[in-house]
Design a protein around this ligand. Sequence first.
Ligand code: GLC
Length: 469
Amino acid sequence: MNQLARRPMNLSPMEEARQLLEAAIIHHKGRPVGTAAARDPNLASPNYADCFIRDFFPAALVFLNEDKPDIVKNFLETVLELRNQQKQVSGHQIHPGVMPASFHIEQTDDGAEVLAADFGDRAIGRVAPVDSMMWWVLLLGAYVKKTGDHELAHTDRFQNGMRLSLELFLRDTFEVFPTLLVPDGSFMIDRRMGVYGHPLEVQALFFGLLQTVLDLLPDNDDTCRKLRGMAEERIKVLRTYVRIFYWLDIERLSEIHRFKTEEFGTGSVNMLNIYPESIPDWLSNWIPQKGGYLVGNLGPGRMDFRFFAQGNLLAILFGLATPEQSQSILNLYTEHWDDLIGAMPIKICFPALEGVRWQMLTGSDAKNAAWSYHNGGNWPVLLWPFVAAALKSGRDDLAETAFEQACNRLPKDRWPEYYDGHMGRLIGRRANLYQTWSATGLLLANQLLEEKKGLELFPASPESGTGED
Ligand code: GLC
């Protein structure tokens, strides 16, 4: 029987979380290189034994805060090497900058240990791991800030790694917006959920990546200078665009409600031709007088009015939202605590897709039934960005309340991956137990809140005003 299947007695929640983290460490050739996504003896899917790039991020920050940078360095190097494992698909080539979603150790016939990566070629639904490169760069930035090891970032391998990713993100495409265009399921929500296009979470991560590369990429050759210039420009236009066009509060909703449509030409107000008829019924009563948020997705004729937690919280943390908008987003949490936090912090998105919308947008995905998993489930891992965003905005009280709620419940429930129900009161129907990032989310939140460590490891926009660029 898995040791973890029996709950250890007399351990504090933090000690239990630590034990889970230690047990999840993956070694390769005697070196720690990452952590398995879950330690449940009955895994919901075999790839939860993999180390996912996005899942390792909170674990890595926990290690950095504890002055244990070696595993983080090994992980950064390992992922960089794994990029060469990409298989060529006949007829099209995946850009060499793409990093895998996850990796694991395999035994060869002659007993040797090899690392095997998943570039979306094994993942359920074959989804593209767009956010991996962003989490990797953010982690490199945090590692360098914490250790001062600029040498690592300046090696040819690492410079090349960053340059390739940046080239890919800044490439000319058919796009007319400053936001990044991605396919469905290319980030934490790695299933079909109507999140293709320009989802907020990807834009917040993109913004964080651009700021980080400016710290790490030297300007000693023409290619780098050109890339730096493009990144600087993109930061400005992306920030202005998101702050204006993704923002929603009661005033903005009134404007959209009264929008004229079919406006032609450069002076149009309703630039994206959003039809007022697309405003969902739940919204006008739900949006508070004082409070607002960045909408989930935006494109031609399309505003996804759902509230997505991670995108909003990272937008606060990285300075993509203005300070006023950040306060408004946190006000939304206080006004709608039951909806957005409920019994277990934090709701991944609100509201859930139901009925025909669920059928159409998820393809009738039973795992993403209404108020479950990605479709309105509550995810303990999202505690850390909530705590970080609240602390950054001086709303320590919110961080403390959410933290206590999670702390009281997670160990008893054996660290579920997610919770179900409008209020998040039920352990997720198909959730793993002993999900590593549920434990590292709590550990990192504790370091941020109690030990006052780690907030300085995130990229923060130097611009703090509210104005447009
Ligand atoms: C699920 C989640 C994804 C996570 C993975 C491993 O696929 O949707 O965000 O990285 O599990 O925990």
